[in-house]
Design a protein around this ligand. Structure first.
Ligand code: SF4
Ligand code: SF4
Length: 278
């Protein structure tokens, strides 16, 4: 079973929910940190990294001695990563998605592909928990291929927990697609509600079952709960604001370690998800 944890915006406690859920159902869990621009689950899970692999994408290399500057490659590139001048082809590797279209369609066979490193995939474990994370190179913008590289290590024999990036753009979609269930973490504030509505649209489009966890549930107003009720979205768990939780978080201490009574709550969250899938 693959459970992804996402949120329409950052700072809602997505990684808190993902790591505490993983620690509460410790047996047979594999944790994937797909928030590759800012992976921080390792702070709470303390994995021992055993393997580090470079992730790369193929980008075009032009042989201008074969090129007749026909412009076909620039036409087919949907990401404006190529521009053809009268006697020169300019390539912008930071815009390239590595789709291979230009090299496939170049009539002169003037394009070969070279690998461009975009980050690393780290693999390790924390006691029984299998751990995989992606770390995007500083200045690199192409996170979906790295997320894909992390997801290549999904172990289908385990309960897979994916910590997705925040937001609703391509990296999130890459991280959550293929999930059996997605937990949307939010908070009862106008920003929380606004970004939840956007995330709900994405999940409905992708046809992925989902439910909501409300963090800091006793702040703000009732509009979030009203929205979930009106839209028939299950609220799977509520975590009230507690200064001690925030202090523990700032020190990298998981909630279930600081407040062991929360473990049952996270186990119940997992059971509710399983029931909904069944
Ligand atoms: S498609 Fe090939 S031949 Fe045409 S401009 Fe691009 S590299 Fe040159
Ligand atoms: S590989 Fe794809 S994205 Fe990259 S330059 Fe070629 S057509 Fe554009």
């Amino acid at each position: 079973m693959i459970i992804s944890i996402a949120s329409g915006k950052g700072g809602t406690g997505k990684t808190t929910i993902a790591t505490n859920l993983a620690l509460s159902i410790n047996n047979d869990v594999q944790f994937l940190d797909c928030d590759v621009e800012e992976p921080d689950a390792h702070i709470f899970l303390n994995p021992r990294i055993k393997k580090t692999l470079t992730a790369s994408i193929p980008v075009p290399k032009i042989d201008e001695s074969k090129c007749n500057f026909c412009g076909r490659c620039a036409e087919v590139c949907a990401y404006n990563a190529l521009a053809v001048l009268k006697d020169k082809v300019l390539s912008f590797p930071h815009l390239c998605h590595g789709c291979g279209g230009c090299s496939l369609l170049c009539p002169q066979k003037a394009i070969t592909e070279v690998n461009k490193d975009i980050g690393v995939v780290e693999i390790g474990n924390s006691n029984n928990l299998q751990f995989v994370q992606g770390i995007l190179n500083i200045g690199e913008t192409m996170s979906p291929p790295l997320i894909k590289a992390v997801k290549n290590y999904i172990n289908p024999t385990r309960i897979v927990i994916i910590d997705a990036p925040p937001g609703t753009s391509c990296p999130v979609i890459e991280a959550i697609k293929g999930s059996d269930f997605c937990i949307l973490v939010t908070e009862p504030t106008p920003f929380g509600l606004n970004d939840l509505i956007l995330a709900v649209r994405v999940l409905r489009k992708l046809n992925i079952s989902f439910g909501v966890v409300i963090n800091r549930s006793d702040i703000g107003d009732n509009k979030l709960e009203d929205y979930c009720e009106k839209e028939d979205i299950p609220v799977l768990m509520r975590i009230p604001f507690k200064k001690e939780i925030a202090v523990a978080y700032s020190k990298g201490i998981p909630i279930v370690e600081r407040f062991p009574e929360y473990k049952d709550e996270f186990v119940s969250l997992f059971k509710r998800i399983k029931e909904r899938k069944e």
